[in-house]
Design a protein around this ligand. Structure first.
Ligand code: NAD
Ligand code: MG
Length: 395
């Protein structure tokens, strides 16, 4: 049967990789809806190539422009706009699978809607799960949705856990998870040089090509911190059983340790098309376009302990997971603001963790029971982060 998809964030790095895998298997997949933010040129090309029934963007003016352009090339895709359009695309009754690849908190409402509508969710948008953990996982259970991780580490863990893993790690004989991290571009940069690094240097990841926000998160290692929280919710494993291991080659994408001493892992070339194809075709296997791993080329694999002084964001994320309730939402919102301000040149690289730490100190964790609670915690933390950025700039 042909699998019908909505792709949230189709113009981004994950969205483009997803369409590249789909392009190789036209007999298996049909794109029903494409959703994006600003890159109308790319979205227009994607509509022409994949002929989705719908395309959705947030902004009404951009929607009008896209409509005109599609009309000139006789493309019949219907264009919708507004945040509610994203939710509608995630709930389309004819769609079975939703690729959640919007970056940041903006992806939460449609991803949550996909969960409640019982879709198969291919989850790249880790921020949605980090900020809304208990609410999101409840929606998945309520909607009887299927959640398949796209993040390479979590996809590797998913592949290394037993097929019938029920969320009871003790019962499955799991001792813990080893989450690998490349260490990003500043693993060895002298600490005194970190305040001067530029957004371009921070976005130049040694192994993966990604969007700018996640690239900065990788440079601060907040990305790994978010992934610890993501792993906690996906696999129901306590923080103390999740260990981060620096592995600069990014060939082992993560590992599961079992009580008998066995350690299972997934390895491959660092290319997101592998986890995307794994999740798209699960439980089958399809060609992703990624070449075979050449171990002779790799030659050696290295491992290091993460340095929590160099990467304070990692400790802040563990702290947020420990504090629970709204603390991860606060962490995530403060991080989104700080990264944006860094990318726009208003604060320095080392200020990112400072902003997050101060926001977390000032906002006590509160209960998280509904989407409204999550959005409220997100909004409060964003306002506080903006205040802290002003304070930093007045120094
Ligand atoms: P990106 O910046 O390249 O793309 C983001 C996409 O989201 C774009 O299509 C953009 O149009 C859309 N978008 C942004 N803001 C939006 C808004 N307000 N409303 C609607 N759409 C909006 O980012 P990316 O690297 O593709 O990452 C996407 C997600 O996947 C992130 O959550 C990231 O953490 C996660 N992820 C990415 C990678 C990777 O290799 N790129 C790996 C693992 C996880
Ligand atoms: Mg990852």
């Amino acid at each position: 049967m042909v699998q019908k998809l909505t792709i949230l964030g189709s113009t981004g790095s994950i969205g483009v990789s997803t369409l590249d895998v789909i392009r190789r298997h036209p007999e298996r997949y049909r794109v029903e809806a494409l959703c994006a933010h600003r890159q109308i040129d790319r979205l227009c090309e994607q509509c022409v190539e994949f002929a989705p029934r719908y395309a959705a963007v947030r902004d009404d003016n951009l929607a009008r422009e896209l409509r005109q352009r599609l009309a000139t090339v006789s493309c019949a895709t219907e264009v919708l706009s507004g945040p509610e359009a994203l939710v509608r695309m995630a709930e389309l009754p004819e769609v079975d699978t939703v690729m959640a690849a919007i970056v940041g908190a903006a992806g939460l409402p449609p991803t949550l809607a996909a969960a409640l509508a019982g879709k198969t969710i291919l989850l790249a948008n880790k921020e949605a799960l980090v900020m809304a953990g208990p609410v999101f996982m409840r929606a998945v259970r309520q909607g009887k949705a299927r959640l398949l991780p796209i993040d390479s580490e979590h996809n590797a863990i998913f592949q290394s856990l037993p097929d019938d893993y029920s969320g009871d790690f003790n019962k499955s004989g799991v001792r813990g998870l080893l989450l690998t991290a490349s260490g990003g571009p500043f693993r060895k940069t002298p600490l005194e040089d970190l305040p001067k690094v530029t957004p371009e240097q921070a976005c130049a990841h040694p192994n993966w090509s990604m969007g700018r926000k996640i690239s900065v998160d990788s440079a601060t290692m907040m990305n790994k911190g978010l992934e610890v929280i993501e792993a906690h919710w996906l696999f129901n494993i306590p923080a103390e059983n999740i260990q981060v291991v620096i592995h600069p080659q990014s060939v082992i994408h993560s590992l599961v340790q079992y009580v008998d001493g066995s350690v299972l892992a997934e390895l491959g070339n660092p290319d997101m098309r592998t986890p995307i194809a794994q999740a798209l075709a699960y439980p089958e296997r399809i060609d992703s376009g990624v070449g075979p791993l050449d171990l002779f080329d790799v030659a050696a694999l290295h491992f290091e302990r993460p340095d929590f002084d160099r990467f304070p964001c990692l400790g802040l994320a563990y702290q947020a997971l420990k504090d629970g309730a709204s603390a991860p939402a606060t962490l995530n919102a403060a991080n989104e603001v700080a990264v944006q301000q860094f990318l726009e040149g208003r604060i320095g690289f080392v200020d990112i963790s400072q902003v997050i730490a101060r926001v977390m100190e000032r906002i006590p964790a509160s209960g998280l029971y509904s989407l409204d609670d999550v959005l409220a915690a997100d909004a409060v933390a964003r306002r506080m982060a903006e205040l802290v950025v002003d304070e930093i700039n007045q120094r």
